[in-house]
Design a protein around this ligand. Structure first.
Ligand SMILES: [Zn+2]
Length: 155
């Protein structure tokens, strides 16, 4: 490669000398303005697409044993002047089961709770209705602008 100004064989740089762009050697480059061409930074275009997920649930009824089941059962049973064993026999459960339930050590199953509810005429089960849940994650497009992609430093 030959310098446009002096004709010397050299490693050339692009420069603007007297208004025109030339390829010159390092020495001649001093007379002009060297153009620094920054390599365009081309970032990978990112398309972040999060598919919207629609989670639809049918209303579900969840049955939960009340927190104070132990006291409720004990109080109701005592009001009826029933012994634990009698209550146990009446609902086809073991006496130890009733003991554990009344002491709060054993949470009755829904099935057992329903039997106790009916027998003692108390409420042991709370129903929770799970409403339809719709969680939408919208599309998110992240597009980089051309300016972000191509940054050319012009001098
Ligand atoms: Zn030169």
């Amino acid at each position: 490669m030959q310098c446009d100004i002096c004709g010397r064989e050299s490693k050339l740089v692009d420069a603007i000398i007297e208004g025109s762009m030339v390829s010159v050697c390092n020495i001649c480059a001093k007379y002009g303005q060297v153009i620094t061409l920054e390599k365009p930074k081309i970032k990978e275009e990112k398309f972040v697409k999060v598919k919207s997920k629609s989670i639809q649930k049918n209303p579900e009824v969840i049955e939960v044993i009340v927190q104070d089941y132990a006291d409720k059962i004990k109080n109701a049973r005592e009001k009826l002047n029933l012994k634990q064993k009698e209550l146990a026999n009446s609902i086809a459960e073991r006496e130890s089961t009733i003991q554990n339930i009344e002491s709060g050590h054993l949470k009755p199953s829904i099935e057992t709770a329903k039997k106790i509810e009916q027998f003692l005429k108390i409420k042991l089960i709370e129903e929770y209705k799970e409403e339809k849940k719709l969680s939408n994650i919208n599309f998110r497009d992240e597009k980089l602008t051309i300016g972000d992609l191509l940054k050319v430093k012009n001098e």
